[in-house]
Design a protein around this ligand. Sequence first.
Ligand SMILES: [Cu+2]
Length: 363
Amino acid sequence: MAFAKLATTVRAAAFALALAAVPGAVAAQDEPVQTQVEEPAGATARAEGEPADSQAAAALEPDNAPLIDARSTINGEPAIKGQPVSAEEDLIGSMSFQPQHNAIGEQAIFMHDYILLPIIVAISLFVLGLLLFVIVKYRRRAGREPSKTSHNTLVEVIWTLVPALILVGIAIPSISLLANQYETPPEDAITIKATGYQWYWGYTYVDNGGFEVISNMLDADEAEARGEPHQLAADNRLVLPVGVPIRMQIIGADVIHSFAVPSLWFKMDAVPGRLNEKMLTIDEPGIYYGQCMELCGARHAYMPIAVEAVPMDQFRAWVASKGGTFGDEETVAEEDAQSAEDAAEAGDTEAAEEAVEAEAAAE
Ligand SMILES: [Cu+2]
């Protein structure tokens, strides 16, 4: 009796210990996040290692004011458009794809919902039915001879042809979807390079003066203060324009990462020494969250991607605020400078002054 009591006590103690250890482990995981965000060592080291573009570096002081408030609404919808949902919030949604926000995502969801899923369900039910039929009809019974059938040409032809035709039927929309996903971006697409670092992202605005924005995960308190989900929110988001094709270039700086934003149907590996490219278009302004999707080391789970899609004029203003430029602006300024210089040579002093101003503007 006493022994049984002792055993119960030991079991209860072990259970309590296990319970205590679980939140402990979670807290231990969370801890380096805070220290990392306070002092993003990688970002600092990088800034020091790149004195070449000091002007751009100065303009890149992390200003933590996002363009879109995560708690606001856009056209009556929540500003956060792409994020995973928990099973408690939405059981079906937690098991399925996130709602899509561009044409390619919608095509992919159509392929899944209206082509693959019905075919898979129909085949599974048909095979299940056949199995049940055979199990019941041909079960062992007293006084019944087992069937000795070994060949049936008609049945064999059917079970070879029908699956082959089903596969061909799936292949047609599947190949078109695959081709659309890897369509080459048009020549005038805006190029943005995402670099995976251990363990944060860097976004280079290649066409806009080449400045780089370093994006680190926000800690729980900061994310909550901004009304954003912890472990998806980032201090500096990837700002992108809506409605235009974007040439996303993806590369890894140290190990293989993967740049993925599920609600924009975008996923591409970030491989060191290899510049991967894929077109991205976003239909509507909003915030879209993603994560690194290639196991890249200890803090793989703490390098979220926060995309902030804004209208083109807002994007231009943001680029300008970062000290960036647009190709067309440069051309216009250079042309102005050139025509004014020509006028100056012809002896026009007013035009000469303009030339100096225009040159300054061009620089
Ligand atoms: Cu990674």
